[in-house]
Design a protein around this ligand. Structure first.
Ligand code: NAD
Ligand code: WQD
Length: 336
């Protein structure tokens, strides 16, 4: 009998790619998603990639009665928790909505797990918890801070998980701090599908390359970086998905632990380097203009990846060209 994993937010960007990798690794997947920021058709796409249909429950992680029923119906080995809201600007405008979804929703989920005695939890945290980094690369013991409500929700949940582990040491918890996930499945069948104007660089660049938008605004070229534009650790979403499988395997095979691990490549690329790489993938220049800095942005950010390598035996191996090639293939399917 293969092991069953509950994946909240499993029809979203990172969740869908992780479902594919979980199925490839022999796990059975049950997805719980409200479809607030994703489409039901993603389930068909996952099935055509993996040849397996995931079970799907449309619902909200804040619905305690539903969760109780789901945990009664299935015996899960673990929960991977992707469901949540992630737009920094929106979190400033709607803080209560962010705390409700990301913090209260996670507490409701953890309570349901506690009652059902399911105590393996993989959490989507973010490099945003490092604030403005004091050292590069950033190790996991770097001090944490947040400059916006979204970042605070990640910090608060990390803290809740630490408190929970301190009170009940039979939990296996992984707090995975993602850097900048980009790219898509190489089939072009699943990828990132932002609603409205993309907030993040790569989906915006993809829409310029496909002619949906005129040009990218490069937010600042006077940072203390080699070309003056912001530097980030972009990680291919398939590498990230495999990082989740590695974390799950680690948690299930080892003694209970509170694990905190960076998932990044350990290398940074500038905005201009990413635009150039995308131009190569799409075969056409991506128009851009230099614009003022975006408030709250930092100059540079990249991960210290040693802990992921030693603990999880995992490292990201896809380069920026592969990230852009795959994102472009996905974009082509979207815009046709
Ligand atoms: P996404 O929006 O594509 O996926 C999130 C999914 O959760 C969506 O399908 C949405 O419908 C669902 N959802 C939201 N609120 C829900 C609720 N209350 N109940 C049930 N389902 C709900 O986002 P993503 O990029 O795949 O991000 C997944 C997780 O990773 C999020 O927690 C996010 O904060 C975190 N993260 C993302 C990034 C990034 O850059 N994409 C970086 C670091 C961390
Ligand atoms: C990358 C670089 C921008 C858009 C955000 C969240 C973070 C995490 C990942 C969830 C920066 C520049 C961007 C544009 C630009 N998400 N840029 N023009 O800001 O590193 O991280 O997503 O946890 O919490 O803050 O990612 O893709 O927005 O920006 O010049 O139109 O691209 O200034 O240097 P960021 P991003």
């Amino acid at each position: 009998m293969s092991q069953k994993i509950l994946v909240t937010g499993g029809t979203g960007f990172i969740g869908s790619h992780t479902c594919v990798e979980l199925q490839a690794a022999g796990y059975q997947v049950v997805i719980l998603d409200s479809l607030y920021n994703s489409q039901k058709s993603v389930l068909d796409a996952i099935a055509s990639i993996s040849g397996q249909r995931s079970e799907f429950i449309q619902g909200d992680i804040r619905d305690a009665a539903l969760l109780q029923q789901v945990f009664k119906q299935y015996q899960f080995q673990a929960v991977m928790h992707f469901a949540g809201l992630k737009a920094v600007g929106e979190s400033v405008a709607q803080p209560l909505n962010y705390y409700d979804n990301n913090v209260a929703g996670t507490v409701t989920l953890l309570q349901a797990m506690q009652v059902a005695d399911v105590r393996t939890f993989i959490f989507s945290s973010s490099a945003t918890v490092y604030g403005d980094p004091q050292t590069l690369p950033i190790p996991e013991d770097h001090p944490c801070s947040a400059t916006n409500p979204y970042g605070h929700t990640k910090l608060v949940v990390e803290e809740i998980l630490a408190n929970l582990y301190a009170s009940e040491t039979n939990w296996r918890i992984a707090r995975l701090r993602y850097f900048n996930p980009v790219g898509a499945h190489p089939s072009g069948l699943i990828g990132e599908a932002p609603q409205g104007t993309p907030n993040n660089l790569m989906p915006y660049v993809a829409q310029v390359a496909s002619g949906q938008r005129q040009q990218v605004s490069v937010f600042g070229n006077d940072y203390d970086t080699p070309d003056g534009t912001g530097v980030r650790d972009y990680i291919h979403v398939m590498d990230l998905a495999q990082g989740h499988v590695a974390a799950l395997r680690y948690c299930l095979a080892n003694e209970p632990e509170l694990l905190t691990v960076n998932l990044g490549t350990g290398r940074g690329y500038s905005v201009l380097e990413m635009i150039e790489a995308f131009s190569r993938s799409s075969g056409k220049p991506v128009a851009y203009q230099i614009a003022p800095r975006r408030p709250g942005d930092i100059a540079s950010c990249w991960a210290d990846t040693r802990l992921a390598e030693t603990k999880l035996n995992w490292r990201a191996d896809k380069d920026i060209q592969e990230m852009c090639d795959d994102a472009w293939r996905w974009e082509g399917r979207q815009s046709n």
